[in-house]
Design a binder for this molecule. Structure first.
Ligand code: S3P
Length: 169
């Protein structure tokens, strides 16, 4: 059984949607950031501030290898997990890759009270998001299907995914 891999920018709804999809499919749900935090015994903010982004990416890639070696998982990946070519190759070979998109306005809105994303700390959040989105566009486009979540309820996005997945797993 193939995995279902959800990619997308921070605030695109990967975890909320992923939990629903997993439940409906009878698959296990894995949140890559949660796996990393559990292993490190540190928050994502603390991993970045104590060890740096490079270290975080190395830990993230190890977590990607592990999920790619399992089956019947719905995986919510971290927004930057797609940057690595090798991670993307593992995602594609282990299952169906679904990219969740969202408008700038909805990303800003969904993350407005959030302080758990180290890459968005400080001023000029919109500028940071816009730069990361354009740097990563080709990596997010490397997917079987892209779904725009702007203005949609998580249940509706999950239903769209389940319809797409029919007969593919
Ligand atoms: C990151 C996204 C975060 C987390 C880390 C880095 C990114 O995951 O992995 O803060 O580079 O976009 P979410 O997309 O789950 O917020």
């Amino acid at each position: 059984m193939k995995n279902v891999i959800l990619t997308g920018f921070m605030g695109s709804g990967k975890s909320s949607v992923g939990r629903i999809v997993a439940k409906r499919l009878g698959y296990e749900f894995r949140d890559l950031d949660a796996v990393i935090m559990e292993e490190a015994g540190l928050s994502i903010n603390d991993i970045f501030s104590r060890h740096g982004e490079e270290h975080f990416r190395a830990v993230e890639s190890r977590a990607v290898e592990r999920v790619a070696g399992s089956t019947a998982l719905v995986v919510a990946t971290g927004g930057g997990a797609v940057i690595s070519t090798e991670n993307r190759r593992l995602f594609r070979s282990s299952g169906i890759v679904i990219n969740l998109m969202a408008s700038m306005e909805s990303i800003l809105n969904r993350l407005r009270n959030d302080s758990s994303r180290p890459l968005l700390r400080g001023p000029d959040r919109e500028e940071k998001i816009s730069r990361l989105l354009s740097e990563r566009e080709a990596c997010y486009a490397d997917a079987d299907i892209r779904i725009d979540t702007t203005g949609k309820k998580v249940e509706d996005v999950a239903a769209e995914i389940l319809t797409y997945l029919k007969g593919k797993l």
